[in-house]
Design a protein around this ligand. Structure first.
Ligand SMILES: [Zn+2]
Length: 99
């Protein structure tokens, strides 16, 4: 009876870092808020652990979507200016044709 493998994970492969530990810190990993040593540790785990990588991808995708939907509110004024400019150009073209 010799424990031949480490902590292991959902994928069944042995890992230096426990999966639950990685998933707890994956939010900080996405935000780049981890010390370099921890960052490298999580990165190494994601490289070799499919289930954790999937979870990380999902969290990152959700975070990106949220950030994008927030960012779209900002350039509303710019959008109006562009639309106004397009209408002005259309009027100019119309007037040129009438001449
Ligand atoms: Zn894992």
């Amino acid at each position: 009876m010799t424990p031949s493998t480490g902590p292991g994970g959902p994928c069944g492969a042995p890992h230096d870092t426990d999966c639950s530990e990685v998933l707890e810190r994956v939010f900080f990993f996405i935000d780049n808020e981890l010390p370099t040593a921890d960052f490298a540790q999580i990165q190494a785990h994601l490289d070799e652990c499919g289930p954790c990588l999937q979870k990380y991808d999902l969290e990152r995708t959700v975070k990106t979507l949220v950030q994008r939907s927030c960012a779209e509110r900002a350039p509303q004024g710019l959008r109006d200016k562009v639309l106004l400019r397009i209408r002005q150009v259309q009027v100019e073209i119309t007037e040129t044709r009438l001449d």
